[in-house]
Design a protein. Structure first.
Length: 394
């Protein structure tokens, strides 16, 4: 399973050039821990499709002045080759071991510390060192041939060297993506710098997010955590409410306080649920559909070191959401530690842990019980005029 960090995709048209779709860029790796021995580029297309007259070209800079672009760093003529029986074509250096290369060329240069553009060009007659953007204005005025497909690989948005792709991927934090692959949705997904096992050179790309189900929940901290469920599936985990195309996160509290989990500001119609317990035996702590417009928000009490699982997804079966899962520590006393901070309880199980609580000393003459030590308080509003039982049995 491949992991996702963060994905941005954009489409635009280069003036004067047409785009076709017979062959496409499908996967790449340009960086990794240690020596760069596993760099490669994968194309996808119809089995047996000829690559005659097509060149793979990497555009970068001269390495001396920021804001330049359009210099040919790599140019490989693919004439005489075809898309392999698996529907792919892999180009790599002779040191490549994480797949089978259909073409090896140790002369390829995979720059990994700046913005670059990968292109498939039909009828290209240029050579390494040529400047295809002679005025550095973002237009390839000296290009020969027709662009078939192109991808901008970004280290700095709006800065660094010029790019010319019809799609883009990156940045990955403050770095250029070390690897990425094309998904069925048409978007590109960023893979892990160290996760060479995540690459599938010569085989179908796996775009399922690492946190697609409960067991794969990824750690989230207070603040904003990027989320995008474009390639997610519906886990079917029994829970508070039905959440479609869901993503899972694990959050551990660093202090006794109420914590808010929300998707306010995200795009799409979201749903959110918070759980205690382990996958397969989750206990619902809270859920929400539309708290802030079509987005969701849940506030729950947590104790230091307590971990809750958070499920975020779409309202609709095919809904797409993107944006941030926001986690906020609201501060204040431990929720429920005294009468004034009583926690709202719901019908059913309400997890609690009094190990961090103090003894309130609150007495009630009508309650024939001795002092309750390390107590916690709840409020409950009945939904119907029926007898209710409040118990800690079990």
């Amino acid at each position: 399973m491949k992991s996702i960090s963060l994905l941005f995709g954009s489409i635009f048209v280069l003036a004067g050039f047409t785009q076709a779709s017979a062959q496409t860029l499908s996967e790449f790796r340009l960086d990794m821990p240690g020596a760069d021995t596993e760099e490669f580029v994968e194309l996808a297309g119809a089995v047996g499709a000829s690559l005659d007259g097509i060149s793979f070209v990497i555009l970068g800079d001269t390495g001396s002045t920021a804001g330049q672009g359009g210099y040919v760093e790599t140019a490989v003529d693919l004439t005489g080759h075809v898309i392999n029986p698996n529907g792919f074509f892999v180009m790599a250096k002779s040191s490549f071991t994480i797949g089978v290369a259909d073409l090896t060329d140790d002369g390829m240069s995979f720059e990994n510390s700046d913005n670059v553009t990968y292109m498939l060009i039909s009828g290209f007659t240029g050579a390494v060192g040529d400047d295809l953007d002679t005025t550095d204005d973002g237009v390839l005025d000296a290009l020969t041939g027709t662009i078939i497909d192109s991808l901008s690989i970004i280290e700095e948005v709006g800065a660094g060297d010029l790019v010319y792709g019809s799609q883009s991927i990156g940045p990955d934090g403050t770095f250029v993506p070390a690897t990425g692959w094309l998904c069925a949705s048409g978007s590109w997904m960023i893979g892990g710098f160290s996760d060479l096992a995540g690459n599938t050179a010569g085989a179908d790309n796996d775009c399922t997010p690492a946190n697609d189900d409960c067991a794969g929940a990824i750690s989230a901290s207070a603040g904003a955590t990027a989320m995008d469920n474009t390639e997610a599936t519906t886990s079917g985990e029994a829970g508070c409410t039905s959440v479609n195309k869901d993503l899972w996160y694990a959050f551990t509290a660093t202090s006794d306080a109420n914590h808010t989990f929300d998707t306010c500001g995200a795009s799409g119609d979201t749903k959110l649920a918070v759980f205690d317990g382990a996958c397969g035996g989750l206990v619902c702590v809270g859920s929400n559909d539309d708290s802030c417009g079509l987005q969701s928000s849940v506030t729950v009490p947590m104790l230091t070191g307590q971990t809750y699982l958070v499920q975020v997804g779409a309202f609709g079966a095919t809904g797409v959401i993107s944006g941030d899962l926001n986690i906020t520590n609201l501060g204040g006393p431990a929720p429920g530690d005294d009468c004034g901070t009583a926690v709202a309880a719901v019908l059913g199980a309400n997890p609690f842990d009094t190990s961090g609580n103090t003894t309130s000393g609150l007495s009630e003459p009508s309650c024939s019980t001795s002092t309750i030590h390390n107590d916690t308080f709840f409020t409950y509003t009945a939904g119907a005029a029926l007898d209710h039982s409040f118990a800690t049995c079990g």
